[in-house]
Ligand binder design. Structure first.
Ligand code: FPP
Length: 228
C-alpha cells in the first residue's frame, strides 16, 4: 500500500455481478455470490489501511423490480453474509451499520441486521455501511420528515443529523465498477464534493491492487471544495 493518506469515507457502487456471471455462462446468482466474497476482501483491506467508513450499495429501492427469484436469492445471501461475517468483524474491529429503509425486509433479516449492529457497536476500526433498500431520494424525504417531527430549524447541520448517514461525514472517494457512469440515486447529498472514479472492471473482478491504484490517483487530485 502507498504511504500517503487514505480517504476517510469511501463509497462503492458494486456493479456488474450479472454481466460477470453471463461472461462465464453462469447464473446471475453466481455473480452475486462472487461479489459477496469481494465485499469481504475489500472491507478487510480498507480496515487495514485506516479507512473510517466504507459505504457499499448492496440493494437499492429499485432492485425490488428484479425477478422474484433473484430478489429472494439476494435476501438469503445477505442473511448468510451477515451471519458469516460476524467473526471477521470482531477480529478486525469492524463496526457494522445498515442504511436505507429496512422496514421492507423480513422480520428475520431485520433482526439479523440489528443483532450484528449491536454486537459490533463498540468496535473502533472501520465502519462497514451496507446500503439496503436504499435510495438517496427516499433517504432525503425521510430526513425531511424527521426534521419536521423534531421541529428542528432547517439548516445543513440539522438536515445531516437526520440522514441515515448521520455522523459518517461526506464521501471522499466514490467508486463505481462495470463501466456505468452515473450515481443511480446513491448518496446524492453526501457525494457533494466526492472525487469520483469509474472503472470498467466488473465487481467480482475488483481487487485490492485496483483499489490501491485508485487511492493513489485520489491522493494526486487537488480537492478545492469550491475554493481556489
Ligand atoms: C449489481 O450487479 C449489484 C447488485 C444489485 C447488488 C450488489 C450485491 C453484491 C455485491 C453481492 C451481495 C452483497 C452482500 C453484501 C452480501 P448487477 O446484478 O446489477 O450486475 P449487472 O449490471 O451486470 O446485471
Amino acid at each position: 500500500m502507498i504511504n500517503s493518506s487514505c480517504p476517510s469515507h469511501i463509497a462503492i457502487i458494486m456493479d456488474g455481478n450479472g454481466r460477470w456471471a453471463k461472461q462465464k455462462d453462469l447464473k446471475r446468482t453466481a455473480g452475486h455470490e462472487a461479489g459477496a466474497k469481494v465485499v469481504r476482501n475489500i472491507t478487510k483491506y480498507c480496515a487495514k489501511i485506516g479507512v473510517k467508513y466504507l459505504t457499499l450499495y448492496a440493494f437499492s429501492t429499485e432492485n425490488w423490480t428484479r425477478p422474484k427469484l433473484e430478489v429472494e436469492y439476494l435476501m438469503k445471501l445477505l442473511e448468510k453474509y451477515l451471519k458469516n461475517e460476524l467473526e471477521t468483524f470482531m477480529q478486525n474491529s469492524i463496526r457494522f451499520k445498515a442504511i436505507g429503509d429496512l422496514s421492507k425486509f423480513s422480520k428475520n433479516l431485520q433482526k439479523t441486521i440489528k443483532d450484528i449492529e449491536e454486537k459490533t457497536l463498540e468496535n473502533s476500526g472501520l465502519t462497514q455501511v451496507l446500503a439496503l433498500n436504499y435510495g438517496s431520494k427516499d433517504e432525503i424525504i425521510r430526513a425531511i420528515k424527521k426534521l419536521n417531527e423534531k421541529k428542528l430549524e432547517v439548516n445543513e447541520e440539522n438536515f445531516e443529523s437526520c440522514l441515515d448517514t448521520a455522523g459518517f461525514g461526506d464521501v471522499d472517494l466514490l467508486i463505481r465498477t462495470s463501466g456505468e457512469i452515473r450515481l443511480s440515486n446513491y448518496l446524492l447529498w453526501q457525494n457533494a464534493y466526492a472525487e469520483m472514479f469509474f472503472t470498467k472492471t466488473l465487481w467480482p473482478d475488483f481487487t485490492i491492487e485496483e483499489l490501491d491504484n485508485i487511492i493513489e490517483d485520489f491522493n494526486k487530485r487537488q480537492r478545492r471544495f469550491g475554493g481556489v
